[in-house]
Design a protein around this ligand. Structure first.
Ligand code: QAP
Ligand code: CO
Length: 175
C-alpha cells in the first residue's frame, strides 16, 4: 500500500525516531509500504518518519549504471549508526518531504555504518559517493533533521520564501 508522505513544514518531521526492538510482520509490512511509496514518488531514499512512523528504519535504492532502480539493489537499514567517517563532499540534495527544492549540502565523503536488516541481523557497510550521501541524509531524518536545516541563514531565508510561494501556487491549482 502506498502511504502519504509527510511534507515540510509538518512538525512531525522534527521528531526523533525510536529504536526498533521487534522484527515482526508489522515491521516488514511497513518496509514494503515504504518501498512502494518511495518508488511511486520517484525517490531514491526514504525514512519511516516521512510516512508518519517515528521508527529508526530507512530505505535506499540508488539507480544502477543504466539508471534503473531494482529491488535487487534495495538497502533496508534498521537502527543505523555511523561508526567511521572520512573526507567531505558536496552534493545537490533534494527530499520527498521538501518537494521541488534542491540545494548543495556538505556531507562526509565515506562512512562506515552498523545497522540491522529486517530480520534483526547485524550488518556493516562501507559507503562512498551517492550511497554515502543518501545514508547520511536518511539518518538525519531519524534524528529529526532535514537537509534544509543545514543551509546558511541567508539560504534558509531564501528557501522559506520560495517554498511558501510554491505552496500557495499549489493550493490555487487544486481549487
Ligand atoms: C535523499 O531524496 C537523497 O523534490 C532521497 O519533486 C538526497 O529521493 C539521497 C524527490 C540526495 C541522495 C542524495 C525530490 C522526488 C526525491 C523532489 C529523494 C521531487 C521528487 C528525493
Ligand atoms: Co529526505
Amino acid at each position: 500500500m502506498k502511504l502519504k508522505i509527510v511534507e515540510y513544514p509538518d512538525k512531525k518531521l522534527k521528531e526523533k525516531s525510536k529504536s526498533i526492538e521487534v522484527f515482526n510482520k508489522e515491521l516488514h509490512q511497513l518496509l514494503d509500504d515504504m518501498y512502494e511509496t518511495m518508488i511511486g514518488s520517484n525517490g531514491i531514499g526514504l525514512a519511516a518518519i516521512q510516512v508518519g512512523h517515528t521508527k529508526r528504519a530507512l530505505l535506499i535504492n540508488i539507480p544502477d549504471e543504466n539508471d534503473e532502480q531494482s529491488v535487487d539493489t534495495l538497502i533496508e537499514m534498521i537502527n543505523p549508526v555511523i561508526t567511521h567517517t572520512s573526507g567531505v563532499t558536496t552534493y545537490q540534495e533534494g527530499c520527498l518531504s521538501v518537494p521541488s527544492f534542491y540545494e548543495d549540502i556538505n556531507r562526509y565523503e565515506s562512512i562506515t555504518v552498523n545497522y540491522q536488516d529486517r530480520d534483526g541481523n547485524t550488518k556493516i557497510i562501507e559507503a562512498d559517493n551517492l550511497l554515502s550521501i543518501a545514508i547520511q541524509h536518511e539518518i538525519d531524518h531519524l534524528d529529526g533533521i532535514l537537509f534544509i536545516d543545514k543551509l546558511s541563514y541567508s539560504r534558509r531565508k531564501k528557501f522559506e520564501k520560495e517554498y511558501k510561494r510554491m505552496q500557495k501556487e499549489k493550493k490555487l491549482h487544486k481549487l
